[in-house]
Design a protein around this ligand. Structure first.
Ligand code: SDX
Length: 382
C-alpha cells in the first residue's frame, strides 16, 4: 500500500467488477455456472445449452433452443457476405490464434448492422468461432476449407469442418469428448483474457475488438497457450530421455525459469474443478486412439507432484490445460490448434461478460493507477 493506493500487479486481490455469471471457490475446487456446478453442466448439457445459460442466466426451453439453433445456422450460411473478407484476414503461415485475433478484429467493421446489438453479435460470435477455427485448421493443413453443414449439431458441424467424414467427426465418443471440453472451458471468472475483454470494452470499443484483445491474451503460454505448452513440454522431456524426476527438480529450482506447464493456478489451491473430468475424458479418448506415451507421462507427473512437498506446500495441482491437449492430440489436431479450441469454448463466457459489463450501472472506463518510480522533475539541458 502507498498512501491510498494498493500495489497489486497480478490483480490477485482486486475486484474489477461485480458479476453474476460464474463463481470459483479455489480452496474447495468449486466452479459454478450461474449457480450450477460446472461438472453437472458438462454431464447434462450441450455446449449451446451452456452458452444459453451463461449468456441469459437460465437453461433454454425446448423452443428457445430450437430458435437458437436456427439463428446460429442463419448466421453461418456460406452465402453470408462476412465470410470472404474474414477468411482473407487469416493469412496462411501464421499461428491460428493470430488468425482468430485478426479475423475477429475485422468483424467489428464487417458485422451486419443488426450486430450492433450485443445479442446479435453474440450469435455471430457463437456461429463464427467454430468456422474461423476450422478455417485456421485448413490454413495450417494448407487445404481448402470444408462447408458448414447446418443439418448437423454444433459440435458435429465443427468436427466435420475440421476432419470431413473421417471417424473422429462421426464417433459419438469423440463428439461427446469435445462437447465436454467446450462446456468446461466456457467461462472462468476474471481470468487474464476475460478481464482483458472487460478492460477493452470499457472504452466502448466494439464487441469483436474486445474479443480480439481477449484472444491475444489467451494465447499466452501462462494462460490459454498452456495447453500447447504442456504437450511441447512432455514431448521435450520424452526427447530428452523421459526422465521426469530431472524436470520436476528443474521446476523446483528457483534459479531455473522452467515451470511445469499445466500445473498451478492463481485461484485454485486444490485440484482445478475441471481437470479431474478432463483427465477421465483423456483416459477414454486416448484409450480409443493409438496409445499415446505422453498420457502415461502426464499421469506419472501428476503422481510425482502430488507426493512432493514443493508442490503440496505451494498447492500446485493440474489445471484445465494439463490433460486437455492430450485429447485434442488424440482427435488429430496439431498442437498449434489447441488454444484456438480453448477459444471456441470460451466464446460464451466472453459474450456473457461483455453483455454484463455493457449494462453495468457503475460502468466506467478502466484506467488503473500506478506507482511512479522514475526521476524527479529535472531541467532539460540539451
Ligand atoms: C489457465 O485464471 C484462470 O482462470 C485461467 C484459466 C481459465 O480457465 O481461464 O484457468 C486457464 O490459464 C490455467 C493456467 C495455465 N498456465 C499454466 O499451466 C502455466 C504454468 N503455471 C504457472 O505459470 C502458474 O501457476 C500460474 C501462472 C498459472 C499462476 O501463477 P501465480 O498465481 O502468479 O503463482 P506464482 O507464479 O506466484 O507461483 C507461486 C509459487 C512460486 O514459487 P515460490 O516463489 O513461492 O518459491 O509457485 C511456484 C512459483 O515458482 N509455481 C510453480 C508453478 N506455478 C507456480 N512452480 C513450478 N511449476 C509451476 N507450474
Amino acid at each position: 500500500r502507498e498512501g491510498y493506493l494498493v500495489y497489486d500487479p497480478g490483480l490477485a486481490d482486486t475486484a474489477i467488477c461485480r458479476s453474476e455469471i460464474t463463481y470459483i471457490d479455489g480452496d474447495a475446487g468449486i466452479l459454478l455456472y450461474r449457480g450450477y456446478p460446472a461438472q453437472q453442466v458438462a454431464e447434462k448439457c450441450t455446449f449451446l445449452q451452456t452458452a444459453h445459460l451463461l449468456t441469459t442466466g437460465e437453461l433454454p426451453t425446448g423452443a428457445q433452443e430450437e430458435q437458437w439453433l436456427a439463428r446460429i445456422a442463419a448466421s453461418t450460411l456460406p452465402g453470408n457476405p462476412v465470410w470472404g473478407p474474414l477468411f482473407d484476414a487469416m493469412p496462411a503461415g501464421t499461428h491460428p490464434m493470430a488468425m482468430l485475433a485478426a479475423a475477429t478484429s475485422v468483424m467489428t467493421s464487417l458485422a451486419p448492422d443488426g450486430a450492433s446489438s450485443i445479442e446479435q453479435a453474440g450469435f455471430d460470435l457463437l456461429a463464427t468461432m467454430p468456422a474461423l477455427a476450422a478455417h485456421a485448421f485448413a490454413r495450417v493443413e494448407d487445404r481448402p476449407r470444408r462447408p458448414y453443414d447446418p443439418s448437423a449439431g454444433y459440435v458435429e458441424n465443427f468436427l466435420h469442418m475440421c476432419f470431413g467424414d473421417s471417424p473422429v467427426a462421426t464417433d459419438p465418443a469423440m463428439v461427446h469428448a469435445l462437447e465436454t471440453l467446450l462446456v468446461l472451458h466456457a467461462d472462468h471468472e476474471q481470468n487474464c483474457s476475460t478481464a482483458t475483454l472487460r478492460l477493452v470494452s470499457s472504452s466502448n470499443a466494439g464487441f469483436f475488438s474486445s474479443v480480439s484483445a481477449a484472444l491475444s491474451a489467451l494465447w499466452g503460454p501462462l494462460h490459454g497457450g498452456a495447453n500447447q505448452a504442456v504437450i511441447e513440454m512432455l514431448q521435450a522431456i520424452r526427447d530428452d530421455g523421459g526422465d521426469l524426476g530431472k524436470y520436476v527438480a528443474k521446476a523446483k529450482d528457483r534459479n531455473d525459469p522452467f515451470r511445469l506447464m499445466g500445473f498451478g493456478h492463481r485461484v485454485y489451491r486444490t485440484f482445478d474443478a475441471r481437470a479431474r473430468v478432463i483427465r477421465e475424458v483423456a483416459r477414454e479418448v486416448c484409450g480409443k486412439a493409438a496409445h499415446d506415451p505422453l498420457l502415461d507421462m502426464a499421469l506419472e507427473l501428476e503422481e510425482i507432484a502430488r507426493n512432493d512437498e514443493f508442490f503440496l506446500e505451494r498447492k500446485l495441482y493440474p489445471n484445465v490445460d494439463f490433460y486437455s491437449g492430450l485429447i485434442y492430440r488424440a482427435m488429430g489436431f496439431p498442437v498449434e490448434m489447441f488454444t484456438a479450441l480453448f477459444a471456441v469454448g470460451r466464446a460464451p463466457g466472453w459474450i456473457a461478460h461483455w453483455t454484463e459489463a455493457a449494462t453495468a450501472p457503475e460502468r466506467r472506463i478502466g484506467r488503473p493507477a500506478q506507482l511512479y518510480t522514475g526521476p524527479e522533475t529535472r531541467d532539460l539541458q540539451f
